[in-house]
Design a protein around this ligand. Structure first.
Ligand code: ZN
Length: 165
């Protein structure tokens, strides 16, 4: 499997823009902080992407992976039951999942590789090009606000969640 495909999650998330992935690949302090928040070891928190074979404790409990394998599909959007109740519940739970219905549509229309290119752009800082997560209000490298287009679009809902923490 290509390195890129490992980052194209079954549910339609771009793993590259996940705070856990960013922590694993670039920012050990961030990973440590997240692990502490979840009361997990840093080792269990590490993640190299949905299809990488090295997923965080959180993604190891994900039902979509087993489910998609049983059904012989690669993305939830290919399923006859899409969107199932599990997917709908998952989508609603956190604001970094706001666009995953749209993502499924893009993946089926243009292919996952084209979709990933578009997501990469959407999550990149307009100033310096660094990929930021949906919860980085300012760019983690250059401090630009917004950190990316996704945050700009969904800022109100993102801030609500950050406040509740
Ligand atoms: Zn930047």
């Amino acid at each position: 499997m290509s390195e890129d495909k490992k980052l194209a999650a079954i549910c339609g998330l771009d793993c590259e823009a996940c705070s856990v992935y960013i922590g694993t690949t670039e920012e050990p302090d961030r990973l440590k902080r997240i692990a502490e928040n979840f009361d997990q070891s840093v080792e269990d928190m590490k993640c190299s992407g949905c299809r990488s074979g090295n997923r965080s404790f959180f993604c190891r409990t994900c039902d979509f992976k087993d489910c998609s394998e049983e059904k012989g599909i690669e993305f939830c959007g290919e399923c006859d039951d899409f969107p199932c109740e599990d997917f709908r519940t998952f989508q609603k739970a956190r604001p970094h999942r706001i666009e995953i219905y749209e993502d499924m549509k893009t993946i089926s229309e243009k292919g996952w590789d084209e979709w990933l290119k578009e997501k990469r752009k959407e999550y990149s800082c307009p100033e310096c090009g660094t990929i930021n997560s949906a919860y980085d209000i300012t760019c983690r490298k250059c401090g630009n606000e917004p950190s990316n287009l996704y945050v700009q679009k969904h800022k109100i809902r993102i801030i609500e969640v950050l406040k509740d923490k």
